[in-house]
Design a protein around this ligand. Structure first.
Ligand code: 5GP
Length: 215
């Protein structure tokens, strides 16, 4: 059976609190892009810890991605979709509030998600966002030095073989950040719980037994 770990809202809040100063010292994001639905709550909490005195709140944009792979249906040629390797966009950047894509050129943009599992989703998000902003940079006739910088912050990275990959310079420059690295376990986040009291009880029980979820 896959081991489950239960993460509470307080755990998430504290991981964001811990990450804020680190992110500010290494990356100073000007915009966050939350990958839905798991990235929404962490991005909003993180924003409170990225706010600098007298400075503006960092805007949060939401994109929706879901992961499917097509498999031949067992009984015939119809294809069924199961979680896997093909990412579909369900929502993309809202240019009515961002203005044109040109506004993102040269900026530091932090992509936020809850978990990096096979890395397929993050791989897709970075490649597609880079494609859009690079096209805008080229339209503007700006040099490579004006490239938009993307960073990633996730609550949990699973230490396992990844199907997706991220740009080497992002990894080398420390622009990939995970609050915690865990094994190949199943993480239960509080926003998915239908019974939050039971969820918190299971988290407390694990903690009592020496399995703290956020350590
Ligand atoms: P990927 O495999 O592309 O890195 O992750 C795809 C998505 O699968 C994640 O954004 C998340 O929604 C979901 N996922 C992967 N592992 C877990 C997990 O341990 N717990 C939960 N709740 N969702 C997960």
């Amino acid at each position: 059976m896959v081991e489950k770990i239960y993460v509470t809202y307080n755990d998430v809040h504290k991981l964001c609190q811990e990450a804020g100063p680190k992110i500010l010292s290494t990356f100073q994001p000007q915009l966050m892009i939350a990958i839905g639905g798991g990235g929404y709550v962490p991005a909003r909490i993180l924003r409170s810890f990225l706010k600098q005195e007298g400075g503006p709140n960092i805007p949060i944009q939401a994109i929706g991605l879901s992961l499917y792979e097509s498999l031949p249906h067992i009984t015939g040629s119809t294809e069924v979709e199961v979680p896997g390797t093909k990412v579909t966009r369900t929502q993309w950047l809202d240019l009515s509030s961002l203005g044109q894509m040109e506004n993102l050129v040269g900026k530091n943009i932090l992509i936020v998600d809850e978990v990096d599992d096979t890395r397929t989703t993050l791989d897709y998000a970075v490649k597609e966002l880079e494609k859009d902003v690079e096209a805008a940079r080229i339209r503007m006739g700006l040099p490579e030095s004006e490239k938009t910088k993307f960073g990633i912050w996730v609550l949990h990275n699973k230490d396992k073989a990844k199907k997706g990959s991220l740009p080497t310079d992002m990894m080398e420059d420390g622009r990939y950040m995970a609050a915690r690295t865990v094994g190949d376990v199943w993480i239960c986040y509080p926003w998915e719980a239908t019974d939050i009291d039971e969820h918190d009880r299971l988290a407390a029980e694990a903690r009592k037994n020496g399995n703290p979820t956020s350590a």
